[in-house]
Design a protein around this ligand. Sequence first.
Ligand SMILES: NC(=O)c1ccc[n+]([C@@H]2O[C@H](COP(=O)([O-])OP(=O)(O)OC[C@H]3O[C@@H](n4cnc5c(N)ncnc54)[C@H](OP(=O)(O)O)[C@@H]3O)[C@@H](O)[C@H]2O)c1
Length: 312
Amino acid sequence: MRAVGVNTYGGPEALEIVELPEEQAGPSEVRLRVFAAAVNPTDTLARNGSRVDTQKIDPPPYVPGMDAAGVVDQVGPEVTTGISVGDAAMAMVVPRGAHGAYRESLVLQARSVVPSPEGFSHVQACTLPMNGLTATLSLELLGLQRGQVLAVTGGAGAYGGYMIELGKAAGLTVISDASDLDIALVKELGADIVVSRGDDFAEKVRNHFPRGVDGLADGAVLNELVIDAVSDGGAFTSVRGFSASDIRNINFTTTFVTTFDGDFEKLDALREHAENGAVTLRVADTYPAENASEAHATLEAGGTRGRCVITF
Ligand SMILES: NC(=O)c1ccc[n+]([C@@H]2O[C@H](COP(=O)([O-])OP(=O)(O)OC[C@H]3O[C@@H](n4cnc5c(N)ncnc54)[C@H](OP(=O)(O)O)[C@@H]3O)[C@@H](O)[C@H]2O)c1
C-alpha cells in the first residue's frame, strides 16, 4: 500500500513514496480507500521538522495530511453511523506517525468518516473536512448572534473562505480583507464588505464599523495587528495559538480543530452545507502521489487559491 511520507524532515523534496502494510478496520472503525488528500499549511510544518518536539518520526516514516476522501472498503463491527462499503466518504484525519491522510488506505474511527457531498468528486470533497471543521469551531468560539458583524482576515484562503461562507449561513454581516486580485473571489464567497489587505486592517474595519466588529477570525495570522478591529467586549479567535488578555474585555480564544476530531454530526453538517451550496469546494490543482513535493512547493510559494490535492 502506497503512502507519501517523510523519513527525514526537510523541504518539499523530503516527501517520498513509502510502502506501508495495509491495516484492517477493527471495532467501531472504517477503512477508506483514499483517492484524494488535500494539502494544508499544517502539512508543511509536519514535513519540515517545525514540530520536531511534539511529532514522533520514530519509527519513520511520518505521513502528513488531515483531509481525505475516497470510498469505504471495510466497515468494522459495532459501527453505528450508517456508513457502508462502497460509499463515497470524506474524513478529517489527525496524523500520528504513519497515520496521516496521504495514504492509499486509511483506517479511521467511524465517527470521523461521513458520506461525501453528493455531486462532488473525491478531489473536491477532500478540501472540506479540516478547514470546514476549523471554521465551524471558530464560529462556535466567537459565539455571535444573527445580525452581528464578523471580520475575517485571509478571506481568500481555505479557512477564511469557509469562515465567510459559514458566517453568512449563520446570518452574520461579514467584512473581509483581500488582495486586489482576490476582491472578486472574496465578494463571490459572500463577504458584504471587502477591504484591501494590509497591516491597517483594523483601521479599515473601523471606517465601516466605528465601534469595531463583534467577532474576528484571524486566518491571516495577523495577531496583535488586528485586535483594534474588535469592539469592546467582542471576540477574537486565532488559528496559530495567539492569545492576549485584559484588552477591553475582548474574549480571546484559540481555535484548534483537533477539538472536533470524530465529531460526526459537525462533519456531516458540512456535507449538507456543500450540497445546498452554502460552502464552495475549491481545488487549485491535483498532483499524483509521486509528485506530492510539487504540491507542497506550490502551497509554500503562496498565492494558491483553493487546495492543492494529492491523488492516489
Ligand atoms: N489551529 C487549527 O486548527 C487550524 C486549522 C486550519 C488552519 N489553520 C491555520 O490557519 C491559517 C490559514 O490556513 P489556510 O489553509 O486558510 O491557508 P491559506 O489557504 O494559505 O490562506 C491564508 C490566506 O491569508 C493570506 N495572507 C497571508 N499573509 C497575509 C497578510 N499579511 N495579510 C493578509 N492576508 C494574508 C494568504 O494570501 P497569500 O496566499 O497571497 O499569501 C491567504 O489568502 C494557517 O496558518 C493554518 O495553519 C489552523
